[in-house]
Design a protein. Structure first.
Length: 401
């Protein structure tokens, strides 16, 4: 049994642990352990890492723990890495890349520590074969990750290769695309389940809709890409083939439940293209329309989940003579009226870095969940659009009446 760590976007640790628990139901050896800031630990066989790579929508990577030990200086870390049996996992002909993350480490230079880890890996191969593996920082065969806290160093071998949010379908994006694993986490936190109506009125390049559509169709997020573990010496192609063969596609929906729109025709076209690239075989109705003008796409209430533009992006198609702050006020005032009038019974979830959105909407959120989009602190604001809300508001006496 090996130890693994799945990093994820900050704030997504609990949804990731829940998802890993669901994946573990398909395996007798996968065990989910502790959540820590930035990820979740689990243990299992290499086949379990393959399974998580294929099925996890929220993890950023699946890292295999190779070594762990205390340190006081860079030489301690060098010795730890030098004693690790890298030759059991890959050959001197594979290219490598080393990345180091540190929290409260007393070491002065992360770059120097990175170099020491790389030297230790290369020196071990040189001692055994007289040759050193080459470094390739752009497209390495093997990625080695070091994590340092105040006293301990953990060394990981990356089983994923490219980050898992790179699903293999995206060829083009909008100005500020949401990462796929963050979109998947937002879907889970919103409470959406396949079959429920879902509407993204500011869909951009369609990331949220693609993630939902793949779930609805039963397409695993890793179905269209390659992984680093396929180059491991211990890789067993029949085991990997069997894991992929377990995937059963879902029946295509008879009527649409996913809907999207955007102010930009180019974005609508891009979203449609991305849905096709992602292998979606059913219709996802998309419209070019301003978010302030949209109507509920189904009689049955569902979930409206979107990542609204903020700052300069609101004014892309707006009046350039209007200041961005005033543009945001005007936009959210109109959007709020649309939500109150046309989305009674819906749950509205807005993911934004603008923490003043509830005030701009003049709505009280039922829940706000902090997340990070990269280094950007964001919130997922949840609003319950109670039926009759707008009528009650309209019937209230105005101030001074």
């Amino acid at each position: 049994m090996a130890s693994f760590f799945c990093p994820c976007p900050r704030g997504m640790e609990a949804p990731l642990a829940e998802e890993l628990g669901e994946i573990a139901q398909q395996s007798s050896t996968l065990r989910v352990h502790s959540q820590v800031p930035g990820g979740v630990h689990f243990s299992g066989e290499l086949s379990d890492a393959m399974r998580v790579n294929l099925h996890s929508r929220i993890a950023s990577r699946v890292l295999l723990r190779m070594a762990q030990g205390s340190y006081t200086n860079e030489n301690d870390i060098y010795d730890l890495v030098l004693d690790t049996r890298w030759e059991d996992w890959f050959s001197v002909d594979h290219t490598i890349r080393v990345d180091v993350t540190a929290i409260k480490s007393p070491l002065k230079s992360i770059e120097f520590t990175t170099l020491k880890i790389k030297d230790a890996v290369c020196d071990r191969f040189r001692d055994q074969s007289g040759r050193r593996p080459s470094v390739n920082t752009r497209e390495p065969d093997m990625r080695i990750h070091g994590f340092l806290d105040a006293r301990n160093c953990t060394i990981y071998l990356d089983t994923s290769g490219e980050a898992l949010f790179k699903r293999g379908w995206r060829s083009e994006t909008g100005d500020a695309p949401l990462r796929e694993n963050l979109a998947a986490g937002l879907l889970r936190v919103s409470g959406w389940k396949p079959g429920m109506p879902l509407f993204d009125p500011m869909c951009g390049s369609g990331t949220i809709l693609v993630e939902a559509a793949q779930q609805l169709q039963g397409i695993p997020p890793g179905a269209r890409r390659k992984f680093a573990f396929e180059k491991f010496k211990r890789f067993q192609a029949p085991v990997w083939a069997a894991i992929k063969a377990e995937v059963k596609p879902q029946p295509l929906p008879a009527t649409p439940t996913l809907f999207g729109s955007d102010i930009s025709g180019d974005m609508v076209a891009m979203a449609r293209h991305n849905l096709q690239r992602a292998g979606i075989l059913f219709e996802v109705p998309l419209k070019q329309i301003e978010a302030q003008q949209v109507k509920a796409p189904t009689e049955q209430p569902g979930i409206l989940l979107t990542n609204p533009p903020y700052g300069e992006r609101i004014g892309v198609r707006g009046d350039k003579s209007v200041a961005p702050d005033q543009m945001a006020v005007d936009f959210y005032t109109a959007f709020s009226a649309t939500l109150k009038q046309r989305f009674a019974g819906w749950t509205v979830c807005l993911f934004t870095a603008d923490l003043g959105v509830p005030k701009l909407l003049r709505l009280k959120e039922s829940k706000k969940t902090p997340f990070f989009n990269g280094a950007l602190e964001c919130r997922l604001f949840r609003f319950e659009m109670v039926a009759g809300f707008h009528r009650r508001e309209a019937a209230m006496p105005k101030q001074g009446e």
